[in-house]
Design a protein around this ligand. Structure first.
Ligand code: GRG
Length: 306
């Protein structure tokens, strides 16, 4: 008798395809609004950065967490996810500038400053920061959230993006260039630089859906786990894939940064990525959140090829 394989609970490919299609529509709406808000000199680089593809992981996490916490999906929650992606887009624009990583290729496309110039790109990136908050507020109002919930959402987005999160992590990263970091410092750096916005995406989805504190704590721990899993995997891909397949250049190794692969070696880094993803999944279960789509996304984070 042939063993029958169990059907996976979630069709990850279909989930990503469908969610990304909605996210792209929401980003197009955000860009239409940005076109009215920004002078053309700033709008062009901003639009390029926002609409140039990418995995759209942050908005997808936000929407999937929202649904897992009982929210019923409609355009407004995708707009909320798009607000988070505006912050992500600005961070990549600035990270790629000549004064930082000096990257010419991202998502298989020329980076904004190579097309629109450094000054316009730096300013357009800055313009996206307040725009993200305004767009999140608008989405939160459209979801029918009261003032207190809207405040929590916008405050969480800004805390994740700011000195205690992504900006702080980037500052640590810049200071660490050319120096070897130990595992505690490397985890701390990436917990802030990458993990804070990924975690906020989940928690914001939960807050918008009215989740309990226990559930939000579960999402928080899940986010910390997948944040580290994501970064370890990024380092593995950086070390093993060629720039043309990854769609980005230069690699962290070329930039003289400490990576999980330089710290642990390839095999051990792969093991650690899987362990972080498993711990994330356990944290969700521990909080009593039955969320197969989030668990599927935790696997995606370590199995992706880009
Ligand atoms: C100057 C201190 C200072 C701060 C400026 C530039 C900046 C603020 C922060 C950048 C932080 C940064 C680059 C975070 C991103 C980390 C990351 C994992 C990026 C790649 O994310 P993916 O793989 O990208 O989700 P896609 O292309 O799929 O959207």
């Amino acid at each position: 008798m042939t063993a029958r394989r169990r059907r996976p609970a979630i069709d990850l490919e279909a989930l990503l395809r469908d969610e990304r299609a909605e996210v792209e529509r929401a980003l197009a709406r955000a860009c239409e609004w940005l076109g009215d808000e920004l002078p053309d000199e700033l709008f062009q680089p901003a639009r390029h950065a926002v609409l140039s593809g990418g995995k759209r992981l942050r908005p997808v996490l936000c929407v999937v967490a929202y649904r897992a916490c009982g929210g019923s999906t409609g355009p407004a929650v995708y707009d909320l996810g798009a607000a988070i992606e505006l912050i992500h887009a600005y961070s990549l624009m600035h990270d790629d500038l000549p004064c930082m990583d000096d990257a010419d290729l991202r998502r298989g496309q020329p980076t904004p400053h190579t097309l629109f110039g450094e000054e316009a790109t730096a300013r357009a990136g800055l313009a996206l920061i307040p725009a993200a908050s305004l767009w999140a507020l608008r989405a939160s109002n459209a979801l029918g959230a009261g003032d207190a919930v809207s405040r929590r959402i916008v405050s969480r987005l800004n805390r994740a993006a700011g000195a205690g999160g992504m900006v702080g992590g980037q500052a640590l990263d810049l200071l660490a260039e050319g120096r070897g970091l130990d595992s505690t410092d490397l985890d701390r750096l990436h917990h802030m630089k990458t993990g804070a916005l990924l975690t906020a995406s989940l928690v914001i989805g939960g807050i918008a859906a009215g989740a309990s504190d226990t559930t939000l704590d579960g999402l928080e721990s899940f986010g910390c786990g997948i944040g580290l899993a994501f970064q370890v995997t990024d380092d593995i891909l950086d070390a093993t894939e060629v720039a043309a397949d990854l769609g980005k250049h230069p690699s962290d190794d070329l930039l003289g940064k400490s990576t999980y692969v330089s710290l642990y070696g390839l095999e051990e880094a792969m093991k650690r990525a899987r362990v972080h993803a498993e711990e994330a999944t356990e944290a969700l279960r521990g909080a009593g959140l039955d969320a197969p789509a989030l668990i599927a996304l935790a696997s995606y984070v370590v199995e992706r090829r880009k």
